[in-house]
Design a protein around this ligand. Structure first.
Ligand SMILES: Nc1ncnc2c1ncn2[C@@H]1O[C@H](COP(=O)(O)OP(=O)(O)OP(=O)(O)O)[C@@H](O)[C@H]1O
Length: 120
């Protein structure tokens, strides 16, 4: 790949990120949750392994939100009218975000609940 093309791919990814952040409320909610979780990580001085779990969880939730938005927009482009397959595609995309968000929330609870309880 040419260096210019490689750098342009970062620019296009930045455009995608900015656009989804501006357009999608769920992505903004997950971004705020990510910032709060990272702040909690610093406050509770979590371990290196705990940081790895948190960073992987946050990265995957946000990446899945971006992919889900891509699915939604592609479906809207291909099938502006209601169609049972359009619904199945969108609902499967939404379910992927839900599944990983639940897993990330459980991982966060396993890491942070004992630390919060130890303060009581
Ligand atoms: N073209 C379509 N055909 C059939 N069902 C659809 C279609 N578009 C959306 N739906 C369904 O309607 C429900 C609500 O969808 P809605 O349009 O509110 O959200 P979305 O398009 O999935 O996401 P967003 O609001 O972020 O664009 C979902 O179950 C979705 O699968």
């Amino acid at each position: 790949m040419k260096p210019k093309k490689f750098l342009l791919s970062f620019k296009y990814a930045g455009h995608g990120l900015k656009d989804v952040f501006n357009q999608e409320q769920n992505f903004r909610i997950h971004s705020v949750a990510a910032l709060l979780t990272i702040s909690a990580g610093f406050i509770f001085r979590i371990t290196l392994i705990e940081w790895l779990v948190i960073i992987i969880a946050i990265g995957n939730v946000l990446a899945l939100e971006l992919i889900n938005t891509a699915v939604e927009r592609t479906v809207d482009l291909i099938s502006p009218e209601d169609h049972p397959l359009a619904k199945k595609a969108k609902d499967a995309g939404a379910a992927s975000v839900l599944i990983f968000s639940c897993a990330a929330a459980i991982a966060g609870a396993v890491i942070f609940i004992p630390k919060v309880l130890s303060l009581l």
